[in-house]
Design a protein around this ligand. Sequence first.
Ligand SMILES: N[C@@H](CCC[C@H](N)C(=O)O)C(=O)O
Length: 280
Amino acid sequence: MARMDNALPDHGLAFMKWHGAGNDFVIIDSRGREPVVTEALARALGDRNRGVGFDQLAEIRDSDAADIDLDFWNADGSRAGACGNATRCVARFLFDVTEREALTIRTERGVLDARLIENAVHVNMGHPQTDWREVPLAREADTAHLPLEGDPVAVGMGNPHAVFFVDDAEAVDVAGIGPRVEHDPLFPERTNVEFAQVRGPDEIRMRVWERGTGITLACGSGACATAVAAVQRGLTGRKMRMEVDGGWLALDWREDGVWMTGPTAHVFDAVLTPDFLGAI
Ligand SMILES: N[C@@H](CCC[C@H](N)C(=O)O)C(=O)O
């Protein structure tokens, strides 16, 4: 869909701030008008000193295929094909304003189902991509040069993930290893990087380095990818709890896709000033 580069309003732009287990988001509701988010706006807004700061920016748009369309940007202005925690936050916002209990949300990876069950938002993040050509990887298997021992599992959840299984997630130098893996030529579209410690057949401790953002307190698509990788390696069952730096997520890899749930919080609503918008 065409994006208007000069669509920024000159009277201010309303946004919401949300987080899901500490993974924080700016959400802009562009239903009923032309989309306004550009790479430049995302980068300016994502600056935690001069803008607002977020792990991802999500823009809600009118949809002809689902209840809404949803697009994501990372803090460096790059696009993300999936963002599980922002999807849950947007679903929570819509459940609250519509009083519905089921919604469809079209993202780059397809139409996702969101359900409100016992006051928690559950999102089906879809079927994982596990073929190396879909993830995508530059070549099938060549991981010995990566800066951490242990062959990682490459999983696509509409965005790329490299999941390392480690003995002690707390001991991993996420800030040092994460960016080196993110930018390794093995990953032509860069990658998100997860460090997972299996605590038992239904529990994992996971820390994450997000492509285009850095260390975050949680990553929903990363949690899904980690669950898929653990099942594939025979390390856990298909249903599990996952402790991330910002709290807990729950994963369930079912016949129809990987379902994820966890907390959501609406932090504040505000308006970007004409001065801020004019300087972009
Ligand atoms: N925090 C997100 C994932 C964000 C996308 C990622 N950084 C990318 O570039 O793919 C989540 O909750 O899934």
